[in-house]
Every structure is written in structure tokens, then in C-alpha cells.
Write a protein that binds this ligand. Sequence first.
Ligand SMILES: Nc1ncnc2c1ncn2[C@@H]1O[C@H](COP(=O)(O)OP(=O)(O)OP(=O)(O)O)[C@@H](O)[C@H]1O
Ligand code: SF4
Ligand SMILES: [Mg+2]
Length: 408
Amino acid sequence: MSNEDTPRKRTPSAAKSGARKSPAKATARAKTPAKAKTPVKRGAASRPAKSAAPRPSIREMSGGATVTDPAPTQPAGTFGEELLRVEHLVKHFPVLRGIIFKSKVGTVQAVDDVSLSIRQGETLGVVGESGCGKSTTARTVLRLLEPTSGAIYYNGQDIVKFNKDQMRRLRREMQIIFQDPFASLNPRMTVRSIVSEPLVIHGIYEKSGGAKYVADLLERVGLNPEHGNRYPHEFSGGQRQRIGVARALALKPKLIICDEPVSALDVSVQAQILNLLEDLQNEFGLTYMFIAHDLSVVRHISDRVAVMYLGKVVEQADRDTLYERPMHPYTQALISAVPIPDPQKERDRKRIILEGDLPSPLNPPPACRFHTRCWKAQQICRDVEPPLEDHGNGHLVACHFAEEAKVL
Ligand SMILES: Nc1ncnc2c1ncn2[C@@H]1O[C@H](COP(=O)(O)OP(=O)(O)OP(=O)(O)O)[C@@H](O)[C@H]1O
Ligand code: SF4
Ligand SMILES: [Mg+2]
């Protein structure tokens, strides 16, 4: 880790490079009152009881993989009310050809009938191969993209029906952190302007208190407030992502969609950003949708996980159930590729190698979209789309031949 990656004032957990907190430490820290100086502090009452739940620890970080220990999942009842519910969300992109007279020659079915829900204070992980529709789902939920069809309920209100003004007000509560911190920060703006921009847009940046608020925010995410005058290119990747986190926090949101926030970072810096996100969640009662393709990272941070394949959710369950008893063949294949730190276990376990690439969402396979790569496929898989069914305790699976398998 370079010196530049080391924030001047670090959070207690961020100071531990790579090593994740032990459950005992997690509990102890959750009981520690938030810093009095923190400007965006909410009442402790608004924080769900989640902070008491231990998370799996990151035990090994090599070759881009983070390996996590199993730990008990937080019981669903300890989270708050349902904050976000997505029902049958569809986002199709028309493919147009022609320069003056454009004609539609196809449709990219990027997201096709996705249903999800997240409770207040919970983290829903979303995993899947590149191109399966994770970012499109995220952007459509925030209405940065207009849904083709479906409903998005935020705090019980269908926001698809919201007009521009209502959406503008709602955006204060829903924020996004992007994968590439460099591309998402305006290179011509100082860090102070970047972080304060959402406050200015929403007309809540006060000349007197604003600068102090931004400085406090920068400090809270582990940056030196004096760096507010600098430009994004003067920071390392990890520091830039901290700027992105500060900007997302500026409006005191309730829901943050993290779209691969650590994929572009070194593994040691990944752990720092993950720890920061967890600390902020405990402190402010934040709700996360956490998108990633690294299953170890998702296991570490999530309470529940949804697995996407070619625009659809194929399996959804609480973290431990999904990783220890996956039922969908695609999930089993993904988990079988997660490295195990024990060399003996790693040697003995069976890897499931998927053949072929992800088919194009322009022309997805009919019925079960996974049938072209599934070793269990039968005729019914080519003829009838498997519904996403509850196999007990909210373990949802879309497969005609779903059965538990231990692959990790
Ligand atoms: N504006 C667009 N116009 C046409 N097709 C699009 C558009 N945005 C995304 N797509 C297509 O939709 C599909 C899903 O893209 P998306 O970015 O949601 O995938 P992803 O799961 O986030 O992938 P990654 O892990 O690489 O970020 C891809 O095939 C992509 O090419
Ligand atoms: S429905 Fe058939 S093809 Fe699809 S995942 Fe299940 S077994 Fe495989
Ligand atoms: Mg993406």
C-alpha cells in the first residue's frame, strides 16, 4: 500500500490493513458512540440492531480474491421496515440502425422481470457475471434510467409514478457510489466542490456552515480536510473512492447503491473501503444495495444476496444459506470458483466449470436462460421458464430441478 493510500485520519477499522474485525470487536465498536464532531449524525434510535451481528472476516486477500469466514447471519426481524421493493422490473434498450431515419432492429433485454426488496439497515448483495444487468438494475431503481415496466416502491410509494420535482426531492435519500472513482469525479472540480455539489444543487449549502460541513465529511471518510482544494487526479484510487463516498453521504441519504465500489481498487485498499462502508452503515443506519462480481466481497458485506443471470434473478437467500446451501446450478458454479484458504480443502473440492460465454441479452435463450450452459438441463428447461419460487425461509430459486449442494 502506498503512502498515498493511507488516509491521514483513519477510522479504527480502516487502520487495520486487510484484517477484518473479529465478531467481538465488531460488537464492541458498535457500542462506541459516534464521534461528536460528525456532522451527519442521526439519532441512535434510527439505527437498526444490525451492528450487533458479526460479519465474516476477510482472512486472505490474494490474486484479487477475498476469502471470508462463515458467520451467523442477522435474523431478518432485527432490520427495520422495508425501504425498497422492486416488482417485476424490466429495462429493455432498443437497438436502432440508420443515421437520419432510425429503425429498431432489436432489443437488449438487460433487465427482465427482476423483483427485490431491502429492509432499512440491511445490505442486499447483487452478484453475477459481467453484462448480466446489475448496473442497469441499479440505475433503473434510482430512475437514472426509465424502466420499461415494473414498479419501484420506496417507503411504500411507487416512485415510477413520481414527477421530476418529486424525484428531485427523493434523490436526497437515494445515492449511488460508482465503480470507477476517477471517471465519476469531475477532473476540473476541486474535492470541496465535488462533495458540496449535491448540497448546492438541493439549495442547502450555506456559505458559513457549508465549508465546515464538507471538511467534517472529508474527515469522516478518512481524508484530510485540507485536501479539499485539490483535484481528483492528485489522489490514489482508494482516496478517490473515499471522495465518492463523502459525496454520496453529503445529503444524508437512507439508501446507497454501491455499484462495484471496490472492483477497481487494490485488495488492501478494498478492505479499507469495505470497512469504511460498514462503519458508516452502523453509524448512520444506512441501507445498501451492494453490487459486485467478487463473491467473497459480497459474502463479507451482505446480509442477503441475489444472484443475477442474463437480466434475471435466479436465486436469492440470506448470505449463509446462499453460500453454504446454494440450490441453483449457476450459483453452485459461481461459488465453486471461490478460492478456499485451506490448501487441502481446496484440492479436494470439485470445481464446476461453466462452458461457453454469457449469451447475448439481444437474443437470450428461451425458457430458462441458463439452459445453454447448464449440465442439468432437460427438455422442460428449454420449453418452460422456471418461476422464482420460495423453497423455505425466503430462499428463492428459479430452477425446475433446484436442490441443495455443498460446494464451498
Ligand atoms: N444504454 C444502453 N444501451 C444498450 N445496451 C445497454 C445499455 N446499457 C447497458 N446495456 C447492455 O445491457 C446489458 C447489461 O449491462 P449492465 O451494465 O447492466 O451489466 P453489469 O451486470 O453491470 O455488467 P458489469 O459487471 O460489466 O458492470 C449489457 O449487455 C449491456 O451491453
Ligand atoms: S431450469 Fe433447467 S436449465 Fe435452468 S438452471 Fe434449472 S436445471 Fe438448469
Ligand atoms: Mg456494472
